[in-house]
Design a protein around this ligand. Structure first.
Ligand code: ADP
Ligand code: MG
Length: 702
């Protein structure tokens, strides 16, 4: 039995009740979980700040002093606030609690000296510290030898049960004593020596009880290195194995027929070099006899749909069926429309299946699909229902990958006895290091060029108080015959407040742009599909000049005559979303504009997002900035990406170089020892097996 798998309740100082709490609140169940529950920061204990030095710019710091008195105030019927006045020889600072008030009042004595750890914040014109950690000074003195004081994340509920950061630290201390000398190493000795990595036991001790900053940094490096390395090793091994063993349908160039016809008769423009290159990469995969697993990245409007279409025709020319799965009905409709347009008059049968397809049509589609009469099916999640059976599905294209869960996608290719070729398209570019980590087992193609003749979208930021200027601009654009999008944030469709924003916006616009001279379409997620469609159609048919919408228009709408995108409360959107929205304009030949409306005061982060939009149109650059600004814990689609990895320490936005470094190391190891079967690498194969145990077969995940 693996000692580290021992349940936490068997750790001295825990017991069943606290074990349950730790599990519910922090997801910690085993000794191992706690060992790897690292402090989120370390406070420098060597320095005490003086009260008079406190400033909102300071990070978490410590001060030393005494409470002079407490004050209890009632904020509302069921909430109170406790203010403690904490003094040192330079002044008094307010320490504030909203919870656990009774306990604090009883536990703290006015005659003792205390040490307070917390973040000074500005409240009104005064500095205060809210919910700090507190310790008696003489206990504090008896503590660790180190000057780095670890801080663990806890929750209010844990704190109420006295499991604060300090209590967790104590538990870690107990735990490290229990497992001392008994933690199995997870990297081979030769490897640790070569890359100068600390042993695992020492590493864990240093992370919980660092001797000094140098030791701490070395321990952090070992963990980062290891986690990124194993992700790479795993992904690359999967990729290599698949390339070796998986057979794939062979699509032969000599069968090109519909492809040529479509290409020469239907496509009115020259493909961009990037499109040509990507098609060659795909073509090579499809004729290799191996199953294709390719990710296609390209900015909005770079012409991915066309690549998808031509790829599907390769399948159809070879007697196979193909399908595209899109995340929304609107997008599926859009694909269907453009694909049908390019295939008009050709001998290929295309249909669309979504949640709103009528029963009768649905039955007909099922039948045609099973009989092999239907060549191309475009749709939404509806495609993965059990009733959908293909005759011989040869190619699956998934648009906007991150909106689908892994299992959903896997269902599609379980439909066939042999796995079809898979092409995943992302609507937003993914930063390189992220792509290497999330999609390291896929081959990657990039369309890094927009079709010619597109003029750059001009982006400007305006404050809400300048709305009249913006209205004036809109009027001029409408006079020129252009159409305008106005988007309001509606983060969750059920949030009344956001909905109100849109309603107010509609009112404001209706006043500024009165009928009958101006006509406005409104589209939001709460409308019935038929209403939505009607409203959009009015805009597409140029009956309305302004479309006021929520982000439902983020994907898919293609109205080349719309040349202005106004984004209201732009500070409330993420960068990639802003970029997606901007991509709705600039589709025609007219000069297009994106106007970002914001409130008067912006946070630093919001300001940088807005300025990034103003300064660049490059989706890859935006994606990199987005990753940096969002930080590691907040990557869209991380949970859905399919990899059950959870980075404990590495930070994909900061550790990009390390990702590249360990990627190369993993490759060189697999070159020499593909199955990790040498004695030297035995530990690695065990770790990888553990990583994959009980998880979805990674080989099936795109
Ligand atoms: P994406 O799916 O990458 O956002 P689309 O495939 O929808 O981009 O293409 C955007 C628009 O550009 C479409 O109207 C499409 O017909 C057009 N388009 C695609 N490729 C080219 C090209 N090589 N030259 C000119 N226009 C193109
Ligand atoms: Mg598209």
């Amino acid at each position: 039995m693996d000692l580290l798998k021992t349940e936490l309740k068997y750790l001295p100082g825990v017991g069943p009740k606290r074990a349950q709490l730790l599990k519910d609140e922090l997801g910690l169940e085993t000794w191992e979980d706690l060992l790897y529950y690292f402090p989120y920061r370390y406070i420098d204990r060597s320095k005490f700040y003086k009260v008079e030095e406190l400033d909102k710019e300071l990070p978490y710091i410590q001060i030393k002093g005494q409470f002079t008195h407490f004050e209890l105030t009632t904020i509302s019927r069921n909430s109170k606030k406790l203010t403690g006045y904490f003094a040192d020889e330079t002044g008094i600072v307010e320490i504030v609690w909203f919870k656990g008030i009774n306990w604090i009042k009883d536990a703290i004595s006015r005659n003792n000296e205390y040490v307070i750890f917390g973040k000074p914040k500005l409240f009104g014109s005064k500095i205060n510290i809210v919910h700090p950690d507190i310790e008696e000074y003489n206990k504090w003195q008896k503590q660790l030898a180190s000057n780095l004081y670890p801080q663990y994340n806890t929750t209010e509920k844990l704190k109420q049960s006295f499991i604060n950061s300090k209590a967790i630290q104590k538990l870690c201390d107990n735990l490290l004593k229990q497992v001392k000398g008994k933690i199995s190493e997870t990297l081979p000795p030769y490897f640790r020596e070569k890359y100068r990595l600390k042993g695992i036991g020492e590493t864990l001790v240093q992370l919980h009880f660092p001797a000094d900053t140098k030791e701490l940094a070395a321990a952090q490096y070992r963990i980062k290195f290891e986690e990124l390395f194993y992700i790479q090793l795993n992904l690359q091994q999967i990729k290599r194995r698949r390339k070796q063993s998986s057979t794939g349908f062979v699509f032969d160039r000599s069968k090109d027929n519909l492809l040529k016809e479509c290409f020469f008769k239907k496509i009115p423009f020259e493909l961009t070099n990037a499109q040509k290159r990507v098609l060659q990469e795909i073509r090579k995969d499809l004729s290799s006899g191996k199953q294709m697993n390719r990710l296609l990245q390209g900015d909005v409007g770079s012409g991915k749909t066309l690549v998808a279409l031509l790829t599907m025709l390769m399948a159809v020319d070879n007697g196979f069926q193909a399908c595209i799965m899109a995340p929304t009905e609107i997008l599926a409709q859009q694909h269907y429309k453009s694909v049908s347009k390019f295939l008009e008059g050709l001998n290929v049968k295309v249909d669309i299946l979504t949640g709103s397809t009528k029963k009768k049509e649905r039955e007909a589609i099922y039948k045609g699909l099973k009989a092999g009469e239907l060549n191309i099916l475009i749709g939404t999640h509806a495609l993965i229902e059990d009733k959908v059976e293909f005759f011989n599905l040869g190619l699956v294209i998934i648009d906007e990958q991150h909106k689908f869960g892994v299992e959903q996608r896997a269902k599609l290719w379980e439909k066939n006895e042999s796995t079809p070729h898979i092409l995943v398209m992302t609507a937003t570019p993914i930063p390189r290091t992220l792509a290497m980590t999330l999609y390291g087992d896929l081959d990657i193609s990039v369309i890094d060029e927009l079709p010619p003749g597109r003029s750059k979208i001009i982006t400007r930021a305006f404050k809400d108080k300048d709305v009249l200027k913006v209205f004036g601009f809109i009027k001029k654009q409408i006079e020129l015959g252009r159409q305008i999008y106005v988007v309001f944030p509606l983060i969750s469709e059920s949030e009344n407040m956001d909905y109100k924003d849109l309603e107010d916006g509609v009112e404001g616009f209706s006043r500024a742009f009165p009928r009958p001279k101006y006509q406005i379409s409104v589209v939001h997620g709460r409308m019935k599909p038929a209403e939505k469609e009607f409203s959009m159609k009015m805009f597409v048919d140029k009956i309305t000049q302004i479309m006021i919408a929520t982000t439902v228009i983020e994907v898919g709408v293609d109205v080349p005559n719309a040349s202005v995108m106004i984004i209201e409360s732009a500070e409330r959107f993420g960068l990639s979303q802003l970029h997606q929205l901007r991509g709705r304009v600039g589709r025609g030949t007219d000069q297009s504009y994106c106007i970002l409306m914001t409130g008067d005061k912006l946070s630093e982060n919001a300001y940088e997002r807005i300025m990034t939009m103003v300064n660049t149109n490059d989706g890859f650059e935006i994606a990199e900035t987005d990753l940096r600004l969002r930080g590691p814990g907040d990557i869209e689609g991380k949970q859905q990406s399919g990899f059950a990895f959870d980075l404990k320490m590495a930070n994909l936005s900061q550790d990009g170089q390390l990702v590249q470094y360990v990627k190369d190391i993993a490759a060189s190891i697999l070159d020499k020892d593909p199955e990790l079967s040498s004695d030297d690498n035995h530990i690695m194969s065990i770790v990888i097996r553990k990583m994959n145990a009980g998880k979805v077969d990674l080989g099936q995940i795109s």
